[in-house]
Design a protein around this ligand. Structure first.
Ligand code: SAH
Length: 442
Protein backbone atom coordinates (compact mmCIF):
# COMPACT_ATOMS: atom_id res chain seq x y z
CA UNK A 1 0.00 0.00 0.00
CA UNK A 2 1.38 3.42 -0.96
CA UNK A 3 1.76 5.85 1.91
CA UNK A 4 -0.41 8.93 1.41
CA UNK A 5 1.49 11.92 2.73
CA UNK A 6 0.51 15.41 3.80
CA UNK A 7 1.32 18.18 1.28
CA UNK A 8 1.72 15.58 -1.50
CA UNK A 9 -0.22 16.18 -4.74
CA UNK A 10 -2.22 13.42 -6.43
CA UNK A 11 -4.34 12.96 -9.51
CA UNK A 12 -7.38 10.95 -8.46
CA UNK A 13 -10.80 9.84 -9.64
CA UNK A 14 -13.77 10.72 -7.38
CA UNK A 15 -15.93 7.66 -6.73
CA UNK A 16 -18.82 8.78 -4.54
CA UNK A 17 -20.28 11.39 -2.18
CA UNK A 18 -19.47 11.70 1.52
CA UNK A 19 -22.10 12.72 4.08
CA UNK A 20 -21.67 16.44 3.46
CA UNK A 21 -21.58 16.27 -0.32
CA UNK A 22 -17.78 16.13 -0.49
CA UNK A 23 -16.11 13.78 -2.97
CA UNK A 24 -14.58 10.46 -1.86
CA UNK A 25 -11.68 8.72 -3.53
CA UNK A 26 -9.32 5.88 -2.60
CA UNK A 27 -5.61 5.65 -3.14
CA UNK A 28 -4.65 2.01 -2.75
CA UNK A 29 -7.40 1.48 -0.12
CA UNK A 30 -6.69 4.76 1.71
CA UNK A 31 -9.78 7.04 1.78
CA UNK A 32 -9.49 10.71 0.82
CA UNK A 33 -12.25 13.29 1.30
CA UNK A 34 -12.21 16.22 -1.14
CA UNK A 35 -14.62 19.14 -0.66
CA UNK A 36 -15.95 20.55 -3.91
CA UNK A 37 -15.17 17.46 -6.02
CA UNK A 38 -17.94 15.46 -7.69
CA UNK A 39 -18.32 11.72 -8.37
CA UNK A 40 -16.96 10.75 -11.79
CA UNK A 41 -14.48 13.63 -11.88
CA UNK A 42 -10.75 13.30 -12.39
CA UNK A 43 -9.15 15.93 -10.16
CA UNK A 44 -5.78 17.13 -8.92
CA UNK A 45 -5.59 17.52 -5.12
CA UNK A 46 -3.12 18.25 -2.36
CA UNK A 47 -3.38 16.30 0.88
CA UNK A 48 -3.99 18.62 3.83
CA UNK A 49 -4.53 16.25 6.76
CA UNK A 50 -3.88 12.56 7.32
CA UNK A 51 -5.25 10.07 9.84
CA UNK A 52 -4.51 6.34 10.01
CA UNK A 53 -7.06 5.13 7.46
CA UNK A 54 -8.33 8.32 5.89
CA UNK A 55 -7.36 11.87 5.11
CA UNK A 56 -8.50 15.18 3.65
CA UNK A 57 -7.34 16.85 0.45
CA UNK A 58 -7.89 20.25 -1.14
CA UNK A 59 -9.08 20.49 -4.70
CA UNK A 60 -6.42 22.11 -6.90
CA UNK A 61 -7.95 21.62 -10.34
CA UNK A 62 -10.66 19.64 -12.09
CA UNK A 63 -9.18 17.69 -14.99
CA UNK A 64 -12.40 16.06 -16.21
CA UNK A 65 -15.50 17.89 -14.91
CA UNK A 66 -18.76 16.15 -14.09
CA UNK A 67 -21.80 17.17 -16.18
CA UNK A 68 -23.36 18.15 -12.82
CA UNK A 69 -20.72 20.80 -12.14
CA UNK A 70 -21.76 24.47 -12.26
CA UNK A 71 -19.91 27.67 -11.40
CA UNK A 72 -20.88 28.79 -7.84
CA UNK A 73 -22.90 32.02 -7.92
CA UNK A 74 -21.41 33.34 -4.68
CA UNK A 75 -17.77 34.50 -4.78
CA UNK A 76 -17.16 33.27 -1.21
CA UNK A 77 -19.01 29.94 -1.60
CA UNK A 78 -15.76 28.00 -1.10
CA UNK A 79 -14.68 29.81 2.06
CA UNK A 80 -18.01 30.41 3.79
CA UNK A 81 -19.36 27.46 5.74
CA UNK A 82 -22.94 27.90 4.51
CA UNK A 83 -23.37 26.52 1.00
CA UNK A 84 -21.49 23.24 0.55
CA UNK A 85 -23.26 22.37 -2.71
CA UNK A 86 -23.14 25.51 -4.85
CA UNK A 87 -20.80 23.79 -7.32
CA UNK A 88 -23.59 21.31 -8.22
CA UNK A 89 -26.65 21.82 -10.40
CA UNK A 90 -29.85 21.86 -8.33
CA UNK A 91 -30.97 18.47 -9.75
CA UNK A 92 -27.65 16.97 -8.66
CA UNK A 93 -28.07 18.47 -5.16
CA UNK A 94 -31.48 16.84 -4.79
CA UNK A 95 -30.11 13.58 -6.20
CA UNK A 96 -27.30 13.63 -3.62
CA UNK A 97 -29.83 14.12 -0.80
CA UNK A 98 -32.12 11.33 -1.98
CA UNK A 99 -29.09 9.05 -2.25
CA UNK A 100 -27.92 9.98 1.25
CA UNK A 101 -31.31 9.22 2.83
CA UNK A 102 -31.52 5.90 1.01
CA UNK A 103 -28.00 4.94 2.03
CA UNK A 104 -28.60 5.81 5.73
CA UNK A 105 -31.89 3.92 5.83
CA UNK A 106 -30.33 0.83 4.29
CA UNK A 107 -27.00 0.86 6.11
CA UNK A 108 -27.97 2.20 9.56
CA UNK A 109 -31.69 1.44 9.61
CA UNK A 110 -31.27 -1.98 8.05
CA UNK A 111 -34.49 -1.53 6.08
CA UNK A 112 -35.49 -2.21 2.52
CA UNK A 113 -36.45 1.28 1.41
CA UNK A 114 -39.83 1.55 -0.24
CA UNK A 115 -40.17 4.01 -3.10
CA UNK A 116 -38.65 7.25 -1.82
CA UNK A 117 -40.62 10.34 -2.87
CA UNK A 118 -39.02 13.75 -3.12
CA UNK A 119 -40.07 17.38 -3.07
CA UNK A 120 -37.55 19.96 -4.15
CA UNK A 121 -37.35 23.52 -5.37
CA UNK A 122 -39.53 24.10 -8.41
CA UNK A 123 -38.37 27.63 -9.08
CA UNK A 124 -35.03 29.36 -8.51
CA UNK A 125 -33.15 27.76 -5.57
CA UNK A 126 -31.97 31.10 -4.13
CA UNK A 127 -33.02 33.79 -1.62
CA UNK A 128 -35.17 31.51 0.52
CA UNK A 129 -33.78 31.69 4.07
CA UNK A 130 -35.95 33.64 6.49
CA UNK A 131 -33.39 33.72 9.30
CA UNK A 132 -29.78 34.87 9.57
CA UNK A 133 -27.32 35.11 12.41
CA UNK A 134 -24.31 37.19 11.42
CA UNK A 135 -21.34 37.15 13.80
CA UNK A 136 -19.48 40.44 14.15
CA UNK A 137 -15.83 40.56 15.17
CA UNK A 138 -12.29 41.14 14.01
CA UNK A 139 -10.54 39.38 11.15
CA UNK A 140 -6.87 38.32 11.22
CA UNK A 141 -5.77 41.84 10.23
CA UNK A 142 -7.71 43.29 13.16
CA UNK A 143 -10.35 44.87 10.90
CA UNK A 144 -13.96 44.74 12.13
CA UNK A 145 -16.11 42.48 9.95
CA UNK A 146 -19.60 40.99 9.76
CA UNK A 147 -20.31 37.80 7.82
CA UNK A 148 -20.56 34.05 8.33
CA UNK A 149 -18.28 31.63 10.11
CA UNK A 150 -16.02 29.63 7.78
CA UNK A 151 -16.56 25.86 7.93
CA UNK A 152 -15.29 24.36 11.24
CA UNK A 153 -13.85 27.70 12.31
CA UNK A 154 -14.63 31.00 13.99
CA UNK A 155 -13.06 33.05 11.17
CA UNK A 156 -15.68 35.50 9.94
CA UNK A 157 -16.06 35.57 6.16
CA UNK A 158 -17.68 38.78 4.89
CA UNK A 159 -20.23 38.30 2.12
CA UNK A 160 -21.63 41.23 0.15
CA UNK A 161 -24.86 39.58 -0.83
CA UNK A 162 -25.77 36.18 0.56
CA UNK A 163 -27.59 34.42 -2.28
CA UNK A 164 -29.59 32.10 -0.04
CA UNK A 165 -30.97 34.79 2.28
CA UNK A 166 -34.13 36.74 1.51
CA UNK A 167 -33.19 40.19 0.10
CA UNK A 168 -34.31 42.22 3.12
CA UNK A 169 -31.80 40.30 5.25
CA UNK A 170 -28.93 41.45 3.02
CA UNK A 171 -30.29 44.99 3.10
CA UNK A 172 -30.31 45.10 6.91
CA UNK A 173 -26.87 43.50 7.11
CA UNK A 174 -25.48 46.20 4.78
CA UNK A 175 -26.71 48.97 7.09
CA UNK A 176 -24.97 47.38 10.06
CA UNK A 177 -21.85 46.66 7.97
CA UNK A 178 -21.59 50.31 6.89
CA UNK A 179 -21.52 51.34 10.54
CA UNK A 180 -19.48 48.50 11.93
CA UNK A 181 -16.57 50.65 13.09
CA UNK A 182 -18.84 52.69 15.33
CA UNK A 183 -18.88 50.22 18.19
CA UNK A 184 -17.39 46.97 19.50
CA UNK A 185 -20.43 46.36 21.65
CA UNK A 186 -22.50 44.49 19.05
CA UNK A 187 -21.53 40.81 18.74
CA UNK A 188 -24.27 39.39 16.52
CA UNK A 189 -26.93 40.59 14.14
CA UNK A 190 -29.93 38.28 14.24
CA UNK A 191 -32.72 38.75 11.67
CA UNK A 192 -35.96 36.93 11.00
CA UNK A 193 -38.38 37.72 8.21
CA UNK A 194 -41.75 36.23 7.25
CA UNK A 195 -42.30 35.43 3.57
CA UNK A 196 -46.10 35.65 3.72
CA UNK A 197 -46.51 38.90 5.65
CA UNK A 198 -43.17 40.66 5.05
CA UNK A 199 -42.86 41.29 8.80
CA UNK A 200 -39.21 41.44 9.83
CA UNK A 201 -37.50 41.41 13.20
CA UNK A 202 -34.00 42.72 13.81
CA UNK A 203 -32.25 41.74 17.00
CA UNK A 204 -28.87 43.18 17.97
CA UNK A 205 -27.02 40.89 20.36
CA UNK A 206 -24.85 43.19 22.46
CA UNK A 207 -22.48 43.21 25.40
CA UNK A 208 -24.03 46.52 26.46
CA UNK A 209 -26.20 49.29 25.06
CA UNK A 210 -24.30 52.47 24.26
CA UNK A 211 -25.06 55.65 22.34
CA UNK A 212 -23.33 54.08 19.30
CA UNK A 213 -25.59 51.03 19.48
CA UNK A 214 -28.58 53.38 19.60
CA UNK A 215 -27.18 55.23 16.61
CA UNK A 216 -27.14 52.01 14.56
CA UNK A 217 -30.67 51.23 15.74
CA UNK A 218 -31.89 54.58 14.46
CA UNK A 219 -30.50 53.67 11.03
CA UNK A 220 -32.22 50.26 11.11
CA UNK A 221 -35.52 51.98 11.95
CA UNK A 222 -35.43 53.66 8.55
CA UNK A 223 -35.48 50.34 6.66
CA UNK A 224 -38.90 49.57 5.17
CA UNK A 225 -40.66 46.42 6.45
CA UNK A 226 -38.69 46.21 9.69
CA UNK A 227 -41.61 45.70 12.08
CA UNK A 228 -39.74 44.76 15.27
CA UNK A 229 -36.40 45.82 16.70
CA UNK A 230 -35.00 44.39 19.89
CA UNK A 231 -31.77 44.17 21.84
CA UNK A 232 -30.54 40.95 23.36
CA UNK A 233 -27.96 41.14 26.14
CA UNK A 234 -25.31 38.43 26.07
CA UNK A 235 -22.14 38.94 28.11
CA UNK A 236 -21.11 35.27 28.21
CA UNK A 237 -18.13 34.05 26.17
CA UNK A 238 -19.78 30.89 24.84
CA UNK A 239 -21.00 29.68 21.44
CA UNK A 240 -24.63 30.36 22.37
CA UNK A 241 -25.77 33.36 20.36
CA UNK A 242 -28.73 34.66 22.34
CA UNK A 243 -28.44 35.71 25.97
CA UNK A 244 -31.39 35.49 28.32
CA UNK A 245 -32.71 39.03 28.40
CA UNK A 246 -34.41 40.95 25.61
CA UNK A 247 -35.27 44.62 25.47
CA UNK A 248 -37.91 45.80 23.04
CA UNK A 249 -37.03 48.88 21.06
CA UNK A 250 -39.90 48.95 18.61
CA UNK A 251 -42.84 46.72 17.65
CA UNK A 252 -43.84 43.42 19.26
CA UNK A 253 -41.37 40.71 20.34
CA UNK A 254 -42.55 38.42 17.55
CA UNK A 255 -43.24 38.34 13.82
CA UNK A 256 -46.16 36.62 12.14
CA UNK A 257 -45.97 34.27 9.17
CA UNK A 258 -48.66 32.27 7.42
CA UNK A 259 -48.40 28.70 6.19
CA UNK A 260 -51.45 27.45 4.33
CA UNK A 261 -54.27 29.22 6.15
CA UNK A 262 -52.68 29.11 9.61
CA UNK A 263 -51.10 32.24 11.08
CA UNK A 264 -48.06 31.76 13.30
CA UNK A 265 -46.52 34.10 15.85
CA UNK A 266 -42.81 33.49 16.21
CA UNK A 267 -40.72 34.79 19.13
CA UNK A 268 -36.96 35.19 18.59
CA UNK A 269 -36.10 32.18 20.79
CA UNK A 270 -38.60 29.86 19.10
CA UNK A 271 -37.66 27.45 16.36
CA UNK A 272 -39.21 28.07 12.95
CA UNK A 273 -38.42 26.28 9.67
CA UNK A 274 -36.02 28.44 7.62
CA UNK A 275 -37.51 27.97 4.16
CA UNK A 276 -41.00 29.45 4.20
CA UNK A 277 -41.56 28.48 0.56
CA UNK A 278 -41.34 24.74 1.11
CA UNK A 279 -42.40 24.33 4.75
CA UNK A 280 -46.08 24.14 3.72
CA UNK A 281 -45.25 21.20 1.46
CA UNK A 282 -43.40 19.52 4.33
CA UNK A 283 -46.41 19.89 6.62
CA UNK A 284 -48.80 18.76 3.85
CA UNK A 285 -46.73 15.59 3.52
CA UNK A 286 -46.82 15.04 7.30
CA UNK A 287 -50.61 15.50 7.17
CA UNK A 288 -50.92 13.08 4.26
CA UNK A 289 -48.84 10.43 6.07
CA UNK A 290 -50.86 10.93 9.27
CA UNK A 291 -54.00 10.07 7.20
CA UNK A 292 -56.40 11.45 9.76
CA UNK A 293 -60.11 10.71 9.62
CA UNK A 294 -61.21 13.15 12.36
CA UNK A 295 -61.40 10.79 15.35
CA UNK A 296 -57.74 10.51 16.17
CA UNK A 297 -55.72 11.64 19.16
CA UNK A 298 -52.38 12.95 17.86
CA UNK A 299 -49.23 13.65 19.84
CA UNK A 300 -46.95 16.17 18.18
CA UNK A 301 -43.62 15.81 19.95
CA UNK A 302 -40.92 18.50 19.57
CA UNK A 303 -43.74 20.80 18.42
CA UNK A 304 -41.96 24.20 18.48
CA UNK A 305 -44.55 26.97 18.09
CA UNK A 306 -47.22 24.36 17.29
CA UNK A 307 -46.88 24.47 13.52
CA UNK A 308 -47.52 20.78 12.77
CA UNK A 309 -49.98 20.47 15.68
CA UNK A 310 -52.20 23.25 14.33
CA UNK A 311 -51.87 21.98 10.76
CA UNK A 312 -53.10 18.56 11.91
CA UNK A 313 -55.69 19.77 14.43
CA UNK A 314 -58.30 20.48 11.76
CA UNK A 315 -58.36 16.82 10.74
CA UNK A 316 -57.96 15.28 14.22
CA UNK A 317 -60.11 14.94 17.33
CA UNK A 318 -57.37 16.27 19.58
CA UNK A 319 -53.70 17.19 19.32
CA UNK A 320 -51.22 17.34 22.20
CA UNK A 321 -48.00 19.19 21.46
CA UNK A 322 -44.87 18.85 23.60
CA UNK A 323 -41.88 21.18 23.41
CA UNK A 324 -38.93 22.03 25.68
CA UNK A 325 -38.60 25.80 24.99
CA UNK A 326 -41.00 27.74 27.18
CA UNK A 327 -41.30 30.71 24.82
CA UNK A 328 -42.19 28.37 21.93
CA UNK A 329 -44.98 26.78 24.01
CA UNK A 330 -46.27 30.26 24.81
CA UNK A 331 -46.32 30.97 21.06
CA UNK A 332 -48.05 27.63 20.37
CA UNK A 333 -50.87 28.40 22.84
CA UNK A 334 -51.26 31.89 21.38
CA UNK A 335 -51.21 30.50 17.85
CA UNK A 336 -54.05 28.09 18.68
CA UNK A 337 -56.03 31.04 20.04
CA UNK A 338 -55.47 33.48 17.16
CA UNK A 339 -56.46 30.77 14.68
CA UNK A 340 -59.56 29.83 16.67
CA UNK A 341 -58.34 26.27 17.24
CA UNK A 342 -59.63 24.68 20.46
CA UNK A 343 -58.67 21.02 20.12
CA UNK A 344 -54.93 21.51 20.59
CA UNK A 345 -53.21 21.43 23.96
CA UNK A 346 -49.55 22.25 24.61
CA UNK A 347 -47.24 21.02 27.32
CA UNK A 348 -43.78 22.42 28.09
CA UNK A 349 -41.10 19.87 28.92
CA UNK A 350 -38.69 17.34 27.47
CA UNK A 351 -40.73 15.03 25.23
CA UNK A 352 -39.11 11.94 26.79
CA UNK A 353 -40.12 13.01 30.33
CA UNK A 354 -43.59 14.34 29.53
CA UNK A 355 -44.58 11.26 27.56
CA UNK A 356 -43.06 8.90 30.09
CA UNK A 357 -45.13 10.57 32.82
CA UNK A 358 -48.23 10.66 30.58
CA UNK A 359 -48.07 6.89 30.29
CA UNK A 360 -48.77 6.71 34.06
CA UNK A 361 -51.51 9.36 33.89
CA UNK A 362 -54.96 8.14 32.93
CA UNK A 363 -56.11 11.72 32.23
CA UNK A 364 -54.00 11.89 29.08
CA UNK A 365 -55.40 10.16 26.02
CA UNK A 366 -53.13 7.63 24.37
CA UNK A 367 -52.30 8.53 20.77
CA UNK A 368 -53.56 6.99 17.55
CA UNK A 369 -50.85 8.87 15.68
CA UNK A 370 -47.52 10.20 16.96
CA UNK A 371 -45.59 12.87 15.08
CA UNK A 372 -41.97 13.50 16.06
CA UNK A 373 -39.77 16.28 14.68
CA UNK A 374 -36.61 16.18 16.82
CA UNK A 375 -33.37 18.17 16.40
CA UNK A 376 -30.47 16.49 14.56
CA UNK A 377 -29.58 14.19 17.44
CA UNK A 378 -32.91 12.39 16.97
CA UNK A 379 -35.23 10.97 19.64
CA UNK A 380 -34.11 10.17 23.15
CA UNK A 381 -34.04 6.42 23.82
CA UNK A 382 -36.49 6.90 26.71
CA UNK A 383 -38.94 8.46 24.26
CA UNK A 384 -38.66 5.53 21.84
CA UNK A 385 -39.56 3.19 24.71
CA UNK A 386 -42.54 5.37 25.70
CA UNK A 387 -43.82 5.52 22.11
CA UNK A 388 -43.42 1.76 21.88
CA UNK A 389 -45.58 1.39 25.02
CA UNK A 390 -48.16 3.94 23.83
CA UNK A 391 -48.44 1.85 20.68
CA UNK A 392 -49.93 4.30 18.15
CA UNK A 393 -50.96 2.77 14.85
CA UNK A 394 -48.89 5.29 12.90
CA UNK A 395 -45.73 7.31 13.54
CA UNK A 396 -44.87 10.24 11.30
CA UNK A 397 -41.19 11.04 11.73
CA UNK A 398 -40.00 14.44 10.45
CA UNK A 399 -36.21 14.39 10.48
CA UNK A 400 -33.38 16.81 9.74
CA UNK A 401 -30.70 14.13 9.99
CA UNK A 402 -31.09 10.90 8.00
CA UNK A 403 -28.50 9.07 10.15
CA UNK A 404 -30.45 9.52 13.40
CA UNK A 405 -33.74 8.90 11.55
CA UNK A 406 -32.37 5.55 10.40
CA UNK A 407 -31.13 4.71 13.92
CA UNK A 408 -34.54 5.52 15.42
CA UNK A 409 -36.38 3.50 12.77
CA UNK A 410 -34.18 0.57 13.73
CA UNK A 411 -35.03 1.11 17.43
CA UNK A 412 -38.75 1.41 16.67
CA UNK A 413 -38.66 -1.83 14.70
CA UNK A 414 -38.28 -3.59 18.07
CA UNK A 415 -41.83 -2.43 18.82
CA UNK A 416 -43.15 -3.78 15.53
CA UNK A 417 -42.94 -0.61 13.42
CA UNK A 418 -41.64 -0.58 9.90
CA UNK A 419 -41.03 2.06 7.28
CA UNK A 420 -43.96 2.32 4.87
CA UNK A 421 -43.33 5.56 3.01
CA UNK A 422 -40.65 8.21 2.87
CA UNK A 423 -40.22 11.61 1.27
CA UNK A 424 -37.10 13.77 1.02
CA UNK A 425 -38.26 17.38 1.31
CA UNK A 426 -35.43 19.65 0.27
CA UNK A 427 -35.71 22.74 2.42
CA UNK A 428 -32.05 23.67 2.39
CA UNK A 429 -31.16 24.57 -1.18
CA UNK A 430 -27.40 24.88 -1.86
CA UNK A 431 -26.51 23.29 1.48
CA UNK A 432 -25.79 19.73 2.59
CA UNK A 433 -28.74 19.59 4.97
CA UNK A 434 -31.48 17.05 4.36
CA UNK A 435 -35.07 16.90 5.60
CA UNK A 436 -37.10 13.68 5.42
CA UNK A 437 -40.65 12.71 6.35
CA UNK A 438 -41.14 9.02 7.10
CA UNK A 439 -44.28 7.01 7.79
CA UNK A 440 -43.95 4.03 10.10
CA UNK A 441 -46.75 1.61 10.78
CA UNK A 442 -47.23 -1.48 12.90
N1 SAH B 1 -42.10 20.80 14.62
C1 SAH B 1 -41.63 22.14 14.81
C2 SAH B 1 -40.27 22.24 15.52
C3 SAH B 1 -39.19 21.28 15.08
S1 SAH B 1 -37.56 21.68 15.58
C4 SAH B 1 -41.60 22.89 13.49
O1 SAH B 1 -41.69 22.30 12.41
O2 SAH B 1 -41.55 24.13 13.51
C5 SAH B 1 -37.32 20.75 17.00
C6 SAH B 1 -37.89 21.33 18.24
O3 SAH B 1 -37.61 20.43 19.32
C7 SAH B 1 -37.33 22.67 18.68
O4 SAH B 1 -38.39 23.57 18.87
C8 SAH B 1 -36.62 22.37 20.02
O5 SAH B 1 -36.70 23.43 20.93
C9 SAH B 1 -37.39 21.17 20.50
N2 SAH B 1 -36.71 20.24 21.43
C10 SAH B 1 -35.41 19.93 21.51
N3 SAH B 1 -35.21 18.96 22.41
C11 SAH B 1 -36.43 18.64 22.92
C12 SAH B 1 -36.89 17.69 23.88
N4 SAH B 1 -36.04 16.87 24.50
N5 SAH B 1 -38.21 17.63 24.13
C13 SAH B 1 -39.08 18.44 23.50
N6 SAH B 1 -38.70 19.36 22.59
C14 SAH B 1 -37.39 19.45 22.30
Amino acid sequence: MVEVKKNQEYEIKIESFGNSGEGISHIDGYTLFVSGALPGEKVRVVVTKTKKNYGYARLLSVITPSPDRVEPVCPVAKRCGGCELQHMSYEAQLGFKIGRVKECLERIGGVVVPLLESIGCEDEPWHYRNKAQFPIGKNKEGKRVIGFYAARSHDIIPCDECVIQQPIINEIKKVVEDNIDLTEDIRHLYIRTAAATGQTMVCLVVFKKTADVEDIISKIKEIKNVTSICINYNKKETNVILGESFEMVEGPLYIEDKIGDVLFRIAPESFYQVNSYITGKLYDKALEYASLGGDEVVWDLYCGIGTISLFLSKKAKEVIGVEIVEQAIKNAKENAKINGIDNAEFICGAAEDVIDAAMENTNIDLPDVVVVDPPRKGCDEKLITAIGKASPSRIVYVSCDPATLARDIDRLSEYGYSLKRGCVVDQFWQTRHVETVALLEK
